[in-house]
Design a protein around this ligand. Structure first.
Ligand code: NAI
Length: 281
């Protein structure tokens, strides 16, 4: 798979475009406005320059040459694989998959979603190639974390899953695990209730954000605490994932706590807006 398309060049899309280009693929990423195109290019450039300065890649410029970020989604016409990484909203993703199915010409091309929690079947059934649709779920930060969850739906062909695994492991050098098509897949179905419990603990005045996080870092050897992790994921995305899990399982442990909802209403989305449970430069 030489020609890769990525839709959405935010936190995750930029990382996915970067790792694909670092592996030698030609990447076209699509964003929704000129400002977002600029922001996507800036995000990728900054990350590649950091990788170059740390000696992880020889030349940021050489990798950047393999990536273009554009506004016109029709640029994805000739892609072998398109990975969707837009906002975690089912209706928006469904509309995009319909559009991608019409645009991407090769009947063998795979349409993948980086969704954290939306069932892949919802996206597969709106296309004319449900056998070619699956979840390829990366982790944040994409250039750093080695895990990818592969999520075939009931309609995904064995061949599609094998091709995706070969790309993820063979080309990108990541480690793939397989999950059934259930909201949250393996990792978020376990991780999000943990993050929500920490938010409830903070909300009830049980302990401060700093003490909750320090407790998990020093007492359970987590690399960062759950509230710092929520800030990294983005509180809007955390809430959206919790809502998908709650919708699927109807269990209280997945329900977004009011504090999370109010922070999202207030635009306190974590690192990406400079303030969440902590403040950032
Ligand atoms: P983000 O908000 O940083 O980026 C989303 C980008 O998509 C924005 O730049 C937006 O302009 C763009 N976009 C929205 N609609 C579009 C359209 N129709 N066409 C082109 N671009 C469009 O969000 P983030 O965090 O990158 O999440 C993207 C997806 O990845 C979501 O499905 C999320 O659940 C998933 N994900 C997020 C992780 C995280 O830690 N944030 C981890 C793994 C998966």
């Amino acid at each position: 798979m030489d020609k890769i398309g990525v839709v959405g060049c935010g936190l995750m899309g930029a990382g996915i475009a970067e790792v694909c280009a670092r592996a030698g693929s030609q990447v076209i990423a699509v964003e929704s406005s000129p400002d977002r195109v600029e922001a996507g290019i800036a995000r990728i450039t900054k990350s590649l320059e950091r990788a170059e300065s740390r000696g992880r890649i020889d030349s940021a410029a050489a990798v950047l040459e393999r990536i273009s970020v554009v506004e016109d989604i029709n640029a994805l016409r000739d892609r072998d694989l398109v990975i969707e990484a837009i906002v975690e909203d089912e209706a928006t993703k469904v509309a995009l998959f319909k559009q991608l199915d019409e645009i991407v010409e090769s009947p063998d091309a795979i349409l993948a979603s980086n969704t954290s929690s939306i069932p892949i079947m919802k996206l597969a059934v709106v296309t004319n190639r449900p056998d070619k649709v699956l979840g390829i779920h990366f982790f944040n930060p994409v250039p750093v974390l080695s895990l990818v969850e592969l999520v075939p739906s009931l309609l995904t062909s064995e061949k599609t899953t094998l091709e995706a695994r070969s790309f993820v492991e063979g080309s990108l050098g990541k480690h793939a695990i397989l999950s059934q098509d259930r909201a949250g897949f393996v990792v978020n179905a376990l991780l999000i209730p943990f993050v929500l419990s920490a938010i409830r603990m903070l909300e009830s005045g049980f302990a401060t954000a700093e003490d909750i996080d320090e407790g998990l870092v020093r007492g359970a050897a987590h690399p960062q605490g759950p509230l710092a992790l929520a800030d990294l994921i983005g509180l809007d995305t955390t809430k959206a994932v919790a809502e998908s899990l709650y919708e699927e399982f109807k269990e209280q442990l997945y329900a977004p706590p009011p504090l999370l909802a109010r922070m999202v209403d207030a635009g306190l989305l974590g690192r990406k807006t400079g303030r969440g449970f902590y403040t950032y430069e």
